[in-house]
Ligand binder design. Structure first.
Ligand code: ADP
Ligand code: MG
Length: 349
């Protein structure tokens, strides 16, 4: 009997990337970091050139019925800025390639570029080129270049046993915001709505905004790197647990995360039960948070806390790094622990 050939659904996005990594190896001595981190790092004298790319595809990453083009323009750049932030680098120049359907109104594209320009101005990056093509659905791909001091940059690898595990901001808001938009769309044709005058969409706007307009933590990432507070860092684009597992894999370590330390916003606490039985579902497994997750030796606690105050960005200690054989486990509020079965979002799965 013929055995079924492996497909992408079976190995998932990360199984595929691991295979690509084995197929394509490099012995270029200037390549400090190739496939396997948020950004590729190339030695350029004393400095390092940083290169990252991300793709956004209509109906996979965004829905035209709720994504206004201006926010989409900002977000397309923001997701790349977040990867540079996770290394502690300085973003500089970007190229954008777009695939567009021929009936797309010109006003959509002009608003998109307005958003792109706003984000570029805010983070002082310059658009230097790109490519344009016809496509059935909208496809947006940005390649962002940056720079950094070689000795300051932070990688996914580098976490040490005994390090604290920290996360910036609050978790789950963006994923809950997306869930709200999806539920709203499902209900609309039937005239039912969660957005009745009694509840109002007003109360939910903050969560939706976190999904539509993420704020990359560029300044925070640079400060953590410059002061050498951390041993390893990653940005949370696929979900806390899955991105923690990426950091652990590259570092050859395990970790413990305490449920009752997960930073949740008031809005999240207020609304999560209306959308999930598990109040930590979006905080643990929801993607697109664009917060920074990093590990640091315990003697850095005070300095990290002062940095959090001076930048006015919450930074929470959520766990600690353990030996690899411990794997990743979660300590529940009652003190019992478990290994999570579903980590987060993965394409093809
Ligand atoms: P992030 O979520 O930070 O954008 P990814 O999970 O997309 O990171 O990618 C992890 C690593 O795999 C990165 O080094 C990225 O450049 C690399 N990578 C992703 N897709 C491909 C691909 N199709 N070919 C080669 N490298 C890839
Ligand atoms: Mg990343």
């Amino acid at each position: 009997m013929k055995t079924k050939e492996k497909d992408l659904q079976e190995i998932g996005e990360f199984g595929l990337i691991n295979r690509i990594r084995k197929w394509i190896t490099s012995s270029d001595p200037a390549l400090i970091q190739g496939i396997g981190d948020d950004v590729a790092v190339i030695e350029m004298g004393k400095k390092a050139l940083l290169v990252t790319t991300d793709i956004l595809i209509e109906d996979i990453h965004f829905d035209r019925s709720w994504s206004d083009p201006c926010s989409l323009g900002r977000k397309s750049l923001a997701v790349n800025l977040s990867d540079i932030a996770s290394m502690g680098g300085i973003p500089k120049y970007f190229l954008i390639s777009i695939g567009l359907p021929k009936n797309l109104p010109l006003s959509f594209i002009s608003s998109f570029y307005r958003g792109l320009k706003q984000e570029a101005k805010k983070f002082r990056v310059e658009l230097i080129g790109g490519d344009t093509s016809l496509s059935q659905k909208i496809i947006i791909n940005i390649c962002l270049l940056g720079e950094g001091e070689k000795r300051d940059l932070l990688f996914r690898k580098g976490a040490k046993v005994g390090d604290d595990l920290f996360v910036s901001g609050t978790l789950g808001d963006a994923a809950l915001g997306l869930k709200i938009l999806q539920e709203k769309k499902k209900m609309e044709p039937h005239g039912q709505s969660l957005w009745s005058p009694a509840t109002g969409i007003k109360g939910l706007e903050g969560l939706i905004k976190r999904h539509l307009s993420p704020s990359p933590r560029v300044k925070l990432g640079q400060a953590i790197a410059k002061h050498h507070y951390a041993d390893a860092m990653i940005d949370i684009s696929d979900g806390l647990l899955i991105d923690t597992s990426h950091l652990l894999e590259e570092s050859g370590a395990g970790a413990r995360i305490c449920e009752d330390r997960i930073p949740l916003s008031n809005l999240y606490r207020k609304w999560v039960r209306s959308f999930s039985k598990d109040p930590l579902r979006f905080a643990f497994s929801g993607g697109e948070e664009y917060e920074l997750l990093f590990t640091a030796p315990p003697e850095m606690r005070k300095r990290i806390s002062s940095l959090s105050h001076s930048l006015k960005i919450p930074i929470t200690r959520i766990g600690e790094i353990l030996p690899k054989k411990e794997g990743l486990h979660i300590i529940r509020k009652d003190g019992k622990d478990y290994s999570p079965s579903r980590l987060g979002f993965e394409h093809f799965k």
